[in-house]
Write a protein that binds this ligand. Sequence first.
Ligand SMILES: Nc1ncnc2c1ncn2[C@@H]1O[C@H](COP(=O)(O)OP(=O)(O)OP(=O)(O)O)[C@@H](O)[C@H]1O
Ligand SMILES: [Mg+2]
Length: 381
Amino acid sequence: MNKKKRSENFRSEVSRNRRANPFKFGSIVDEPYFTNRLEELKRIRSILESEVHLILMSPRRYGKSSLIRKILKTIDRPAITLDMQVVTSEIDFAEQLMKKICSLNPLQKVKHALKSFRFIPMVSLNPGSEELNVSFGSVKAVDLILEDVLNLTDSIFTKERPIVVFDEFQEVRKISVHFEKRLRSILQYHNNSNYVFLGSQESLIRDIFEQKNNPFYHFGYLFKLSKIPKKEFQLFLEDRLKPQSSDYMEIAENILTFTDGHPHYTQRLAFQVWEILASANEIKYPVLTAVEQILEFHDVDYERWWSSLKRTDMKVLIGLTLTDDSPMSKEFLQKFNVGSSSTVFSSLKRLLENGYLVKIKDHYEIDDPFFKRWISGKRKS
Ligand SMILES: Nc1ncnc2c1ncn2[C@@H]1O[C@H](COP(=O)(O)OP(=O)(O)OP(=O)(O)O)[C@@H](O)[C@H]1O
Ligand SMILES: [Mg+2]
């Protein structure tokens, strides 16, 4: 859909419900809450048309799931999405996958395919929710079950090539020690499906797909999703803030200065600003007020995060809040009394793994701009 059409759609949606907040956060977004990503949409579509698999990574809440969902909606091919975060074991993985295969295919076709299975699952319909249940019972031959179910995923859609998405794929390592190896040993023979691996822990994803000795080494095309360019996000914000304030341009700019174009935090802050403007549009500093409200709302969470940190991690975060110096520089080590560079290195690694920091082109940033403001506020008070 072109920009003009999107904007028209959005306006008609708003005029139907003038009072609805036009921003959304916390879950997957699509029109009219979705902006930009035109280049990414084009490139990912083109990869999915090829026979190459895709690895899409970004820090938390940059919009991976929304982007993939949007693409799947426009590609006329069967799609299966499995969130690895809620998979509890390899058998559970096989059962969830089987459930999705059953829901996308006529029962007769599935029944026929099951004849070649070495272990036949129990498939039942939950009468209350109309939901399918698949259970392999307490069978021990996990490897055979996995192989049968995954091979069926690749073979059952005879006319169209399926797209199979594994969301939060880095969780594969928590499910079982053999899982990563087993999966790859089966998937490598598939030539009908496109696999898409989404991941939000860059170091883990890189380890899985970029380390020579790991099973998924160079298994697909690695695509790193960035923040939304500020120029594009500015237009998206302006369009939605315009009916609320004549200062919409400045407000949009202030929101983006605070969030630096982080998709989730930008929508979060814009949502709050819109609420403030809708209740009293003569308010002088809507963005500042919204930031304060959000900080107040999350104060307990931030206290908890902070008190769970090691001393060195606290010092590194304070340093990153107060200066733009590299945390590995001599000045930083001295100024914030963080000890040796190896201590800082371990701290940075820990903070990255726990999602407090993100690394963008050799530059470390605190991921949550509100948490950053909370830290600097505490240092001042
Ligand atoms: N293209 C977009 N336009 C505007 N806002 C977006 C866009 N993509 C994502 N967002 C915002 O970011 C939020 C997070 O999006 P999404 O859940 O797709 O990200 P994710 O990378 O899959 O997150 P997670 O790491 O938690 O799985 C959305 O709720 C929305 O507020
Ligand atoms: Mg996601």
